[in-house]
Write a protein that binds this ligand. Structure first.
Ligand code: CDP
Ligand code: CDP
Length: 218
């Protein structure tokens, strides 16, 4: 339980570890709203790339942040995301966004704004939120924390099977070494190495641990 009446299930982990697949199933089982915080960082990166701004000029990047409207909400039990009224859709997963999102997410002002939008979700619903710092920074008080992992080799294979270019090693390195809110394993997180597990097995482990931690809705 957080400050209000709603609960948060936090699912963190490196790229292609299975966060989205697991979060989606846990959302189905619990009725909690699934929120993918990575899509927010991707949406801002997409907007920057479209604007033609020099990505290495953090003043321009921060200026752009304050000139656009990223709106996060929910419709019919699904979380929604628009940038100046536009839904970037599949473009959020483009090779270009993959290649630049970690650089943009390391900027403090970007994180401050997006973390506040992530926290706003708790006012409207119980949530299962996936990301890199959900259990460590965004909702550190939640007792329902998971760190979903898999070997670098398995994760690379999983992402390759989905198609598109994604340098996971580079992204993970930047995400885990940045100064602000790096990817870490919170002390009180339940860690699952999914390298040799299928999705159903992972979901079952998460549900069992949620029960063990006293979540009554599962
Ligand atoms: O799905 P995948 O694990 O490949 O990536 P994602 O969750 O969509 O996140 C894309 C990028 O956003 C990550 O590589 C991080 O740089 C950033 N991110 C972050 O910094 N903090 C979060 N809570 C979520 C994502
Ligand atoms: O959200 P994240 O980037 O952590 O991973 P994902 O998008 O949920 O999963 C990446 C790919 O791995 C998807 O194609 C999943 O179907 C697959 N996957 C898997 O093969 N085995 C698992 N235990 C979890 C995911």
């Amino acid at each position: 339980m957080q400050g209000g009446k709603n609960n948060v299930i936090a699912i963190d982990g490196p790229a292609a570890s299975g966060k989205s697949s697991v979060s989606s199933k846990i959302s189905d089982k619990t009725g909690y709203l699934h929120v993918n915080s990575g899509l927010m960082y991707r949406a801002f990166t997409w907007s920057i790339l479209r604007s033609g701004i020099d990505l290495n000029n953090s003043d321009s990047v921060v200026g752009h942040l304050h000139s656009i409207n990223i709106e996060c909400g929910q419709i019919d039990g699904n979380s929604t995301l628009t940038v100046d009224g536009l839904d970037p859709g599949i473009e959020l997963k483009s090779s270009e966004v993959n290649a630049n999102v970690s650089l943009i997410s390391a900027i403090e002002e970007v994180r401050t704004l997006l973390v506040s939008k992530q926290r706003d979700y708790l006012n409207i619903s119980n949530i299962v939120m996936e990301g890199r710092d959900i259990g460590s920074v965004v909702f550190p008080e939640t007792p329902y924390k998971f760190y979903i992992d898999a070997s670098a080799e398995v994760r690379a294979k999983r992402r390759m099977a989905e198609g598109g270019l994604d340098d996971l090693k580079k992204r993970d390195k930047i995400d885990a070494s940045r100064k602000i809110s790096p990817l870490i394993i919170p002390d009180d997180a339940f860690v699952i190495d999914t390298s040799k597990m299928n999705l159903e097995q992972v979901v079952l482990e998460v549900l069992n641990e949620l029960k063990a931690r006293g979540l009554v809705t599962v």
